[in-house]
Structure formats: C-alpha cells, structure tokens
Design a protein around this ligand. Structure first.
Ligand SMILES: Cc1cc2nc3c(=O)[nH]c(=O)nc-3n(C[C@H](O)[C@H](O)[C@H](O)COP(=O)(O)OP(=O)(O)OC[C@H]3O[C@@H](n4cnc5c(N)ncnc54)[C@H](O)[C@@H]3O)c2cc1C
Length: 437
C-alpha cells in the first residue's frame, strides 16, 4: 500500500515514483469517479496491480489507483465456465473463489501474486505448446475510458475490439472487470528431472509437444537442464502432493533461503557462482507429485531479481539458446540466476508476444542488487537477431519504431489508443517510449 505522499516501488525495485495522489477505489463506480476527477484536474491516472512488472509500465506520476479493494468474484457459471472477476483480484485468491464452482484457470505463470488485470495487460504467460497466455482466456472486459464512461467489450458488445484491448498495457483505460473462460478443475502430475542439455535440445520440440506443460531451467556454468513436465488429469485423480516438510525445505530453505544467501555472497565473491550452480543441479530439480493445478504451476519467489524475457518463433529457440550459452562463456561472465525456457501456442491477440506464431520464451535473470545491463543488452541482441519480441512487463530497450516492425497489428493498437485515450490520460514515460507520444 502506498502512503499519501509516499513512494511506490515495483517488486524488482527497478521502477519507482512519488505520485501526486493515491486513491483506492472500492467499486467500478469509484474508479469512474477517480478517472473523471483526474481528467478534470489535468492529471494523468494509472491503475497498478501488484507492481510485479519490471519495466516502468505501471509508473503513475499523477493519480495512482491501487485496486486492492477491487477484488472478488462478480459471477461464475459452472455450466459455461465463464467467470467474471473484479480487476484487482490477485491470482492467488482465484482458486478459493472458484472452488465451489468446480472450475480453474486453464493455465498460469510461475507465480500468482499478480492481479488479473495486470497479468492480462502485459501478456503474462505460463508454458505449454497447446496453451496461450492468460490473456487468451479472456472473453470480456469492462474498461473505464478517458471520457469516464464504462466500455464493455465481449463477444456480444464491441467484439471487434477484444483482440486489441485484452493486452492493453494500461494504455486504453482502467479495467474494472475481467471475464475469463475457465475449465473444469484439474490436477497435474508433475515430473521434475535433470537431463543433460545435449540430450534435451536436439528434440526439445518433440518433448514439448508430447507434454501438456514443459519448461526447463538452465543454470549457467552447468550442462544440465532442470526439466519440469506436467500432465493434466481429471480432478478426481488421487493426489500425491509434495510432503509438507519436503516442500518447505525445497521452496523456503533451498530455493529462497539458501539461494538468497548465495546471491548476496556472490556479489562479493563471484567465483563461488560456477561451483554453486553445479552443486544446485546435483541437489535439486528431482521430484514426482500430483496436486491441484495451481499448486503445481505456481512457485514462491522471495529472492528479488530483475528479468528480461523474449518470445521467439519456436523454431528459433535452439539457435538462440546456443548463442546465449556461447555468449556467457566468451564474455567470462558468472551468472547466478538460471535461464528459463517455456512455450506457448500461437494466438490472435494484437499485442501478444505469441501473436500469429507458435512461440518459445527465453528468460534471463539477475539478482536485484547486481547490475543486469551488460548481460541483458547482449542477450537482447541475440533475441532480436532471432526475431524476438520482448515481454511487455519485463526489461527491454525497444522503442515504438522497433516494436512496430515486430507486431503486424501494432498500428491498429495505436489507432485504438488514439480513439480511447486521445489526450494520453493513462500515459507515462514508459508508454511514450514503447507506443510513441
Ligand atoms: C517474481 C515474478 C514472477 C513473474 N512470473 C511471470 C511468469 O511466469 N510469466 C509471465 O509472463 N510474467 C511473469 N512475471 C511478470 C508479471 O506477470 C507481469 O509483469 C504482470 O503484469 C504483473 O502483474 P501486476 O498485477 O503486478 O501488474 P502491474 O505490474 O502492477 O501492472 C502492469 C500493467 O498493467 C496495468 N494495469 C494493472 N491493473 C490495471 C487495470 N485495472 N486496468 C488497466 N491497466 C492495469 C498497469 O498500469 C501496467 O501497465 C513475473 C514477475 C515477477 C516479479
């Protein structure tokens, strides 16, 4: 919560602002009043979710709308699977809201701290060659636009705007409700296994297509991929969750406690990074368990980091990944955080990183106290040569002109923005860079 007169900071501590005013509307009408008041005073206004974007996309120098009081279920229909949530609803609250309706979200990213509106606005995704990002689950949304009016967009009203408005980057208005197509609740059988990289890479696409969900982590300075493979099963399947104590040791002690201490020490003694990474892949990354989908898909991330992630045409994955491996060796860098590789199906959303092409994602991370620029800049050049598109919520250096070349519907989005927000009431400096003035 941002105190009046206080400073707002994002999770990765890579963006901050002292807004002129902070408001916490409790209803869609409250959002409407706040937008109208800001416009009347000539102030910009911006909704933030959980502040989990690494870029300045959520920075609100004028009026900051915190939507923490705009959470909850508006409606759920077990027969159709259509679920409407208030826009500020955090993803980790959704399973409890859907439980009695027997429904679940079709897929999730790595964490569930985000708000539903923030997650869809930046194209948040998980993994699975048969699944799109969270925005592809959206069947409707309600916006407060710059003129202070409600605009409903769904299959029956203003349907032609839906593919453009879902990944709206916070540039089109304030989302107050989101309607999702949910699926019957399901469980996932998960197998985590370290596999030699030179075994995984040659048939990575066959492996990804054969699994419902596949991703892998590569710790630089090792030759091992920590693979995570998940199979969807009916909810009635007998569960074998990770035992509580083991889960606590894996997530709290190893993945966060020990890893956090290692990251802090590695700042002073970088030479410990290669041996620690080799030890990590020997001691972690093995397991087999079956549990509710959200418990398997989502992890806790307490060690702060900064991230850059690019979506590539799936067929460019291996070449880009191998170039990244060579880069780290050639430059003699010691990289403490793993590289993550995921997949998504092609979709037709205008600003989706997977728009029009089956995609593979490569994400690079650095500890938040380390300077990521040299590493990220060099990796970005590799990704751009491989026709990459940057994640809208993660660090990158592209401008509107470069993004236009990468998205066939970019100018349609700009035209929609010009129509819904001609005065840039919802603008900020980051949006000016990536969309133009
Ligand atoms: C630890 C961590 C793990 C992550 N894991 C993944 C992952 O697995 N997959 C992935 O794809 N991404 C991942 N991300 C990125 C993250 O999902 C996105 O940046 C997402 O946008 C964050 O949601 P948020 O609620 O924090 O939104 P914010 O960062 O607060 O806002 C993001 C954008 O949405 C806009 N917005 C928010 N609410 C509204 C609203 N009501 N109306 C209009 N616009 C709105 C903001 O103005 C801003 O433009 C991760 C980030 C972190 C820090």
């Amino acid at each position: 919560m941002t105190r009046p007169g206080g400073t707002w900071r994002n999770w990765g501590r890579s963006a901050s602002v002292r807004p002129m005013r902070v408001e916490r509307p409790r209803s869609p009408e409250g959002v409407q009043r706040a937008v109208k008041a800001a416009a009347a005073q000539g102030l910009t206004v911006k909704a933030v979710g959980a502040g989990h974007s690494f870029t300045g996309i959520a920075v609100a120098p004028g009026v900051l709308l915190e939507l923490d009081d705009l959470q909850g279920l508006v409606s759920a229909d077990a027969a159709t699977g259509l679920v409407t949530l208030l826009a500020g609803t955090r993803l980790h609250r959704v399973p409890a809201l859907l439980r009695r309706h027997g429904l679940a979200m079709e897929n999730l990213g790595d964490i569930d701290r985000q708000s539903i509106a923030g997650a869809i606005s930046t194209g948040t995704h998980g993994t699975g060659t048969g699944f799109g990002g969270i925005a592809t689950q959206v069947r409707g949304l309600t916006l407060i636009t710059a003129d202070g009016e409600f605009l409903r967009i769904d299959e029956t009203q203003n349907s032609e705007l839906l593919p453009g408005a879902v990944i709206g980057l916070g540039a089109l208005g304030v989302v107050v409700e989101v309607t999702l197509q949910c699926v019957p609740a399901f469980v996932l059988h998960a197998v985590d296994a370290p596999v030699a990289l030179d075994e995984v890479l040659p048939d990575i696409h066959e492996r990804a297509d054969a699994a419902d969900h596949l991703e892998f982590y590569w710790h630089p300075h090792t030759d091992v991929a920590l693979t995570k493979t998940q199979t969807r099963l009916p909810e009635s399947t007998r569960r074998h969750p990770v035992p509580l104590v083991q889960g606590w040791i894996d997530e709290t002690v190893l993945a966060n406690g020990v890893f956090g201490a290692f990251c802090a020490v590695s700042r002073v003694i970088p030479a410990i990074i290669p041996p620690f990474n080799r030890l990590a892949v020997r001691l972690t990354g093995r397991g087999e368990y079956t549990d509710a989908s959200h418990r398997v898909l989502v992890h806790h991330r307490n060690v702060r980091f900064r991230e850059m992630e690019y979506a590539l045409p799936a067929e460019n994955l291996v070449s880009a990944f191998e170039e990244l491996q060579r880069l780290i060796v050639d430059r003699g860098w010691r990289i403490e955080f793993p590289v993550e590789v995921r997949f998504a199906a092609s979709d037709d959303l205008w600003l989706s990183t997977a728009s029009g092409r089956d995609s593979a994602y490569i994400a690079v991370h650095r500890y938040w106290r380390a300077d990521p620029r040299e590493y990220f800049d060099a990796v970005e050049q590799i990704m751009l040569r491989h026709d990459g598109r940057p994640h809208w919520g993660k660090l990158h250096s592209l401008t509107a002109q470069q993004l236009r070349e990468r998205y066939p519907r970019f100018d349609d989005f700009i035209a929609l923005r010009d129509r819904l927000d001609p005065q840039r009431l919802f603008g900020n400096r980051h949006l000016e860079r990536i969309l133009g003035a």
